[in-house]
Structures are given as C-alpha cells and as structure tokens.
Design a protein around this ligand. Structure first.
Ligand SMILES: [Zn+2]
Length: 141
C-alpha cells in the first residue's frame, strides 16, 4: 500500500509531466487527491481515538499519582492518636512505633505510659483468634 507521501509524489510527477490537464487527467488527479484526503481523514480519526485513550489513561495515572502524593505529603497519615489512660489527653505518635516491640510512648502531659510495644502485641494476638492463640497456650508462661 502506498503511503500518502508516495501518492502525492506520484501526483506531482503526473502534473510535471503534462503541460495541460485534459478532462480525463483532471478527473484522475482529483480522484487521487480525494483518495489522499480520505487516507489523511482516516489517520486523523485514528489519532483522535488514540489521543482520547491516552488522555483517559493519563487521567487515571494522574489520579493515582495524586493519591500517592497525598499519602506522602500528609504526615498525619502515619500518625496514631491514642487517649492517655492516665490523664485522658490525646497523644499523637508515629504509626511505626506500633510495629516496634521495644518502643514505649509516654504521655507528654502527665508522663504516663500511653503505648507499650510489648503490650500491644498481646492485644493484637487476642484479636485474631487462630493458630497464634494455640501457640501462646503451649508456651510455658
Ligand atoms: Zn497523660
């Protein structure tokens, strides 16, 4: 199949080779021009569809990226708020502390223990009653 540029080159050659256009030649030149315009129109349609798809995809990616950015930008997402059992004040600390057994969070208001890493582990085990509980029972304490 000829490319649009090849078709145009062919038409140029046809016109260069003739001093005047008789009716027959004019008709075939116009037909070929319309053929070229047709190809171009199809290509523009395809491009428009591709462009639409790309735009949709880009919007989806952009939305995902925004979500990620929000997660990164908002430090409060990684913070946990707990009520101090001693004085009742709300104490905010990093969520990461919860996953660390060796961390104890003290209340900045009264100094009481708000969060104890080891204690939290026990609470967690009680909440999901499965093999973990059986393991705990077999341990000698
Ligand atoms: Zn307190």
């Amino acid at each position: 199949m000829q490319t649009v540029k090849e078709k145009i080159a062919y038409l140029r050659g046809l016109l260069d080779g003739s001093d005047s256009l008789d009716a027959g030649l004019s008709k075939s030149v116009v037909e070929k021009l319309l053929d070229i315009i047709d190809s171009l129109a199809d290509e523009v349609d395809d491009l428009a569809l591709d462009h639409e798809d790309l735009e949709e995809y880009l919007e989806a990616v952009d939305a995902d990226l925004n979500e990620l950015e929000e997660d990164f930008d908002d430090p409060m997402d990684d913070m946990i708020e707990m009520e101090c059992p001693s004085c009742g004040e709300m104490v905010v600390f990093e969520e990461d502390f919860v996953y660390d057994d060796n961390v104890t969070v003290n209340c900045p208001h009264c100094g009481g223990v708000v969060f104890d890493g080891g204690e939290w582990d026990n609470i967690d085990d009680d909440m999901d009653e499965d093999e973990d509980d059986l393991d705990d029972d077999s341990e000698p304490f």
